[in-house]
Design a binder for this molecule. Structure first.
Ligand code: ATP
Ligand code: LTN
Length: 336
């Protein structure tokens, strides 16, 4: 007789976020919003990628507080740590261990093509460290340890995900089916939010100019002020166009937070100037972020509970990661 209670297991999803600064509206629209929506449908694993953050010099006390804050923010967004696995990367040592093994199956040439490495080494010419170069291998280890079917990321991470897929395929070709080859899961709207000060660059939490990004934890006044100062162009027509990158970025943002299409946004602001439009964008963004900030501020106060949750998360993650790690060790020929 068939078992009518049998359900197909949920597919696994994994993603991580660096605590390299205050998380931005770009992180929210390009990644985090997606994460919260995926939890009902998938078996989700999310981590704070603190090991990745030190590829750029960090001040220890500030880094620690950003790790706590980022973890708290994931919970504030509504990610349920009981139903999913939420943890801090450095607390699961299999990530660095697998990263070494995978680095021996990654070519120098393929890593040299990574645009993020080129951008970040141009930005930090005094600290072009080997970790910055091998960053995508650690990212591949983060992913492949958990055998996910999908990796939700913003469009800027597509190239890194390709590397993870290539490493998985190469390894599987040599040793049999060890790794699931993951697919990128990139949102349709908000995949690439640009800087408010230079719309040719992506909005980035590590940008030194605080007016170029909106932090999820910014106050309403700061949000409105930053949108008022956002770079646009000399005409005052709210229209999506490649020759109007500043305004197009604001239309994308407004559309992403209100659920409106670009056409609907253009119609709503027909005949109105940039002043009205920028204020509307600022208010819509502030209204979206305010409840998240409020929950974050409550969660971060209870350090004991936070510690209980990240430790439980690391234990849960370790159980899954260990299975893949020891399989890899055995395949490569190490003694177990
Ligand atoms: P950093 O500035 O330190 O390089 P970052 O802001 O790019 O960091 P990450 O922690 O590297 O952020 O990325 C976290 C997630 O947010 C990734 O999935 C990334 O694709 C997404 N993301 C980051 N910036 C943007 C952006 N401007 N638009 C859309 N998605 C983004
Ligand atoms: N490099 C990533 C952060 C990251 C990540 C991962 C994303 C580290 N490890 C694993 C997805 C899967 C970024 O988003 N900038």
């Amino acid at each position: 007789m068939c078992n009518t209670n049998e359900t197909t297991p949920k597919q696994r999803v994994l993603s991580c976020i660096q605590p390299s600064g205050l998380l931005t509206l770009g992180n929210y629209l390009g990644a985090l919003k997606n994460w919260t929506q995926m939890q009902s449908q998938f078996d989700c694993t999310f981590a704070v990628a603190d090991l990745h953050a030190i590829t750029v010099r960090q001040e220890p006390a500030k880094l620690r507080s950003q790790i706590y804050s980022t973890f708290a923010l994931l919970l504030a967004l509504g990610i349920d740590p009981e139903q999913n696995t939420v943890f801090i990367q450095s607390q699961v040592p299999y990530h660095t261990a697998l990263s070494w093994v995978l680095s021996c199956y990654t070519q120098f040439g393929e890593m040299s093509r990574m645009t993020q490495f080129k951008d970040k080494s141009a930005k930090h010419p005094d600290n072009i460290n080997v970790g910055l170069f091998s960053y995508p291998v650690l990212m591949a280890a983060d992913i492949l340890l958990y055998q996910p079917a999908f990796v939700p990321v913003g469009a800027d991470q597509k190239q890194h995900l390709e590397i993870a897929r290539d490493i998985a395929l190469r390894f599987n070709h040599l040793y049999g089916d060890v790794f699931t080859v993951p697919e990128a899961y990139i949102p349709k709207t908000g995949a690439r939010i640009m800087s408010l000060q230079d719309p040719a660059k992506k909005m980035s939490k590590s940008d030194d100019n605080a007016n170029s990004w909106i932090a999820i934890l910014d106050s309403k006044d700061d949000i409105i002020r930053k949108f008022k100062r956002a770079v646009t162009d000399s005409d005052s027509c709210v229209r999506m166009s490649p020759d109007k990158p500043g305004v197009s970025n604001l239309i994308t943002i407004y559309g992403a937070v209100t659920g409106k299409t670009a056409d609907e946004v253009e119609r709503e602001f027909e005949g109105k100037g940039y002043g009205d439009f920028k204020l509307a964008v600022g208010e819509a963004v502030a209204d979206t972020l305010a409840p998240i900030k409020q929950r974050h501020d409550e969660i971060i106060k209870d350090k004991k509970e936070l510690e209980r949750l990240y430790k439980a998360g690391a234990e849960k993650a370790s159980r899954t990661a260990a299975k893949t790690y020891f399989k890899v060790m055995k395949k490569v020929g190490f003694v177990l």
